[in-house]
Every structure is written in structure tokens, then in C-alpha cells.
Design a protein. Structure first.
Length: 458
């Protein structure tokens, strides 16, 4: 099937009206689910073909074996509008399905299982040698379409451990070396604090929190909070050693407009679609985590917070944005590296890794147009990237080109992907009627304020 024909099918499916009966609705849902699985299998075959072709081309150019095919996973991620980290997983799954798991691949190609169920089997057998994975794939085949997700994963794990018990023990020991703690944004100004630890101590930690939370509730000391709330409060208290989270020293970067900071309600601006908005309610932005309501940000920055009270102490830094786009104004450096205030500006502007669809934390300040090719160490030519994306762009055939508010990535196949960083002043880029008269430079630039607030013990 040619690309044009595939594209036409996508358009036809996108324009398809729902069925006119409940029976038709359910039947279409089932068939469309099968279609998703078939598409996943086709994607896997295309990914493997791309990887094989690139490795052959690299070999012909004399590229060392260990570096052949480098960057293919990132290309797959961009094509799937996904993060580079997931691109590696997509390619790994594709190679496993095509090369080592014929029964699972056949079920996926037939639309009988989802890509996620295929992923579960591949994940639980990934530590096996090829012959072991082939055998487990054969044994698990009758269960692929009937077992639940959790049961399927458990049965695949059991088959794998039975095939090589000694290596299974060594694998578990190696897994302990991957223990870690991570954090990621959650809805409503919350975060997920996740710990990956061995099973026994992990269960013990949860059981201790559960036991003590039930005790506090039973004695009436929970203050009306539910078990989950009390467990979360106990976790924070025990990890930080402080009675309240507000007493813990920590730095958070909070970006908001001057109008949101002062809460000068009554001035009216527009939201770009002709609707009226209150500039005092423009959301603030926690760098690396996302927006929070203006009122919540003002609570965090309560002037009553000081060292004596053991609460937040606040430092203000005024930055400037373009009144039309809301983007930070340029800042240049004569130095080779992005550091100091220039790095801070790049991080504040990009928020997370600038590569399209990559939300990883920024680790490196990088030249979009390479320094070795004459790229300047400037705000416009700077990109905040995660470590993987920064190293990956050095692969032959990859090019980054930056503008004041966008980054264009070109892959070795010539495909281009463009990302635009969200303006720091979301929705209210310019001055609004009724706001204070700006000084000389402020006639052209809207203000934003970068708050560095440190939680300190009293």
C-alpha cells in the first residue's frame, strides 16, 4: 500500500460518522480496536526495516559496530510524536516482536491483542536470551487473548523464571541496582513522588504508613483527614524530618506577571478570541511543572512569610518579555558555554527539554546551530535539552535550527519537526488597560517576575 493510499484512509476514518445503531457502535469499536493493533504491528515492521537499513548504511560508511543505527530510536519517536525515551522502547519492542516473538507478533498482526499486551510479554522476557524468549513466546501463545493484563504478565514472568531459574535470581539482583526516586507533575498543582525499591522494603514502608495512619484516625488525631491524606502527610514528615513541608529548605522557580502578583483585579484585557479576561488571574508558571492559579501563587508568596515564622522567604527578579509573543527578550554571552544568567534565561523560557514531544527535565544548555559551525552563544541560539536529546543531535544527519520562539529539528531522512515554546506570559502577553504606566523600556516590553523562594526552618 502506497503512502498516498494510507494517508487517504486516515482522512476517511477521521471523517467517518458514528454508526446509527448501538449494535453498530459496539461493532465498530471492536473493529477499530483491531485496526489499532494491526497498525501497531505494521509500525513495528517499519521500525525494524528502518533500523536494519540504517545499520547497513552505517556499516558501508565504516561506522563502528557499536554506533551503527544510532539515532533511529529518536527518529521513530518524532515520527510517532513521542519522547525520545519512549522511542527506544518502541524500537526495542519492535525488534523483539519481529525477531524473537513470532506468536505474539502474529496475534498483534491479526488484531487479537493490543500493543500494550504485547509490551507486557516482551517486558517480562526481556532478560532472557533469544532461545529463551522464543520458548516463552510459544508457551504463552494460548493465553494471549484470554488472560487479563496482570495475569498475562505474571504468567509470562513465571515461564521465563522456570526456563532459567539461576539467571532469574541474578536478574532480580541486578534490578535492585535500578532503585531510584523520581518526581513528575500531576494535575491540580500536585506531584507524583515515586520510589522504585525492592519488594520487601517497599511493602514494609507502605505497611508502616498504613498502620500509623489508621492509628491516628482511630484516636481522633487525623483532624477529619482520610487514610490516604494522613499517609501522605506522614510520608512527607518522615522524609524531611520537619513537622510541615513549609519548614523544609527548597528552591522553586515561579514565573508570573506583575498584574497577577499584585492581584489588581478590575483591569480587563482580551484572551485573543475577543473574550474579556482579568489580568490579575493570569496563571503563574512553576518551571518544570506547569501552571498554577494566580491566587495559589500569591498564597505561596505571602509577604507574611519570613525566617522568624519558619515559612517562605522570597526573592524577586524582574525579567522582560516581548509584548506580542510573551517570549523572553534576548540575552547574549561572549562565553563558550551556556551558564550563569544566560542559562537561567534559557531554562525559564524552555521549561522542559525543547525537543518536540520530549518533556524530560533540562540538563544541558546547548547551541542549536553548533558552536563548531559558528553558532553563537546567544539566547536565540540556545536550547534547553535533556542529556539524551543533546547527545542524540550530534548524530550525523541531524540538524537543529532555532528562532526566537521555536526550534526546528531535521532528521537524516529529511523529515522536519517544529516546536514552539509556550510564552511565559500565557494568554496576556501585553499591557492591559488600567495597568500602571510603564517606564522607558517597559513601553515595549511586558514584565514578568521570577520568584526564587526558599523554604527555611524557623
Amino acid at each position: 500500500m502506497e503512502l498516498a493510499e494510507l494517508t487517504a484512509w486516515v482522512a476517511r476514518l477521521g471523517a467517518m460518522d458514528p454508526a446509527t445503531s448501538e449494535v453498530g457502535n459496539v461493532s465498530r469499536i471492536r473493529v477499530l480496536e483491531e485496526l489499532k493493533a494491526v497498525c501497531a504491528a505494521a509500525q513495528a515492521r517499519e521500525a525494524v526495516a528502518l533500523h536494519d537499513s540504517r545499520r547497513e548504511a552505517d556499516a558501508a560508511r565504516g561506522v563502528p559496530a557499536a554506533q551503527r543505527g544510532r539515532g533511529v530510536a529518536a527518529e521513530i519517536a518524532l515520527a510517532r510524536r513521542d519522547s525520545p525515551a519512549r522511542g527506544s522502547r518502541h524500537l526495542g519492542l519492535a525488534r523483539a516482536l519481529v525477531d524473537e516473538m513470532p506468536h505474539t507478533m502474529a496475534a498483534l498482526r491479526a488484531g487479537a491483542i493490543s500493543e500494550w499486551r504485547a509490551t507486557l510479554v516482551a517486558r517480562e522476557t526481556g532478560w532472557l536470551p533469544v532461545e529463551g524468549r522464543v520458548r516463552v513466546d510459544e508457551l504463552i501463545a494460548p493465553r494471549l487473548t484470554v488472560a487479563g493484563d496482570q495475569a498475562l504478565a505474571a504468567e509470562a514472568k513465571a515461564f521465563a523464571q522456570a526456563w532459567d531459574p539461576a539467571e532469574a535470581v541474578r536478574h532480580l539482583r541486578r534490578a535492585e541496582g535500578e532503585r531510584r526516586v523520581s518526581i513528575r507533575p500531576a494535575p491540580d498543582t500536585m506531584v507524583y513522588l515515586t520510589a522504585l525499591v525492592p519488594m520487601v522494603p517497599g511493602i514494609a514502608a507502605w505497611a508502616a504508613l498504613d498502620r500509623d495512619a489508621k492509628s491516628l484516625i482511630g484516636t481522633g488525631e487525623a483532624g477529619g483527614r482520610g487514610r490516604g491524606q494522613v499517609m501522605a502527610a506522614l510520608l512527607v514528615t518522615r522524609l524531611t524530618g520537619q513537622a510541615t513541608a513549609g519548614a523544609v529548605p527548597v528552591e522553586v522557580h515561579l514565573v508570573m506577571t506583575d498584574m497577577s502578583l499584585l492581584g489588581n483585579a478590575g483591569s480587563v484585557g482580551t484572551d485573543g478570541d475577543g473574550g474579556d479576561v482579568d489580568p490579575a488571574q493570569t496563571p503563574a508558571w512553576v518551571v518544570g511543572h506547569g501552571p498554577i492559579p494566580a491566587a495559589a501563587a500569591r498564597d505561596l508568596l505571602d509577604p507574611a512569610h519570613d525566617e522568624a515564622s519558619g515559612r517562605a522567604r522570597v526573592w524577586l527578579r524582574r525579567l522582560f518579555t516581548d509584548p506580542e509573543s510573551g517570549q523572553l527578550v534576548a540575552m547574549d554571552s561572549r562565553r563558550r558555554l551556556f551558564d550563569g544568567q544566560l542559562r537561567r534565561m534559557v531554562v525559564l523560557r524552555d521549561d522542559t527539554c525543547r525537543t518536540p514531544w520530549c518533556d524530560a527535565p533540562i540538563r544541558h544548555g546547548d547551541h542549536a546551530d553548533p558552536h563548531r559551525d559558528g553558532g553563537d552563544t546567544t539566547f536565540v541560539n540556545g536550547s534547553g535539552l535533556c542529556e539524551r536529546c543533546n547527545h542524540g543531535k550530534e548524530t550525523p544527519g541531524w540538524r537543529h535550527h532555532a528562532g526566537p520562539d521555536r526550534l526546528t529539528v531535521t532528521t537524516p531522512t529529511g523529515h522536519t519537526y517544529t516546536t514552539t515554546g509556550p510564552p511565559l506570559v500565557r494568554g496576556l502577553a501585553g499591557r492591559t488597560p488600567g495597568s500602571p504606566e510603564p517606564s522607558t523600556i517597559e513601553t515595549r516590553l511586558a514584565e514578568i517576575v521570577d520568584f526564587h523562594y526558599h523554604r527555611r526552618a524557623g
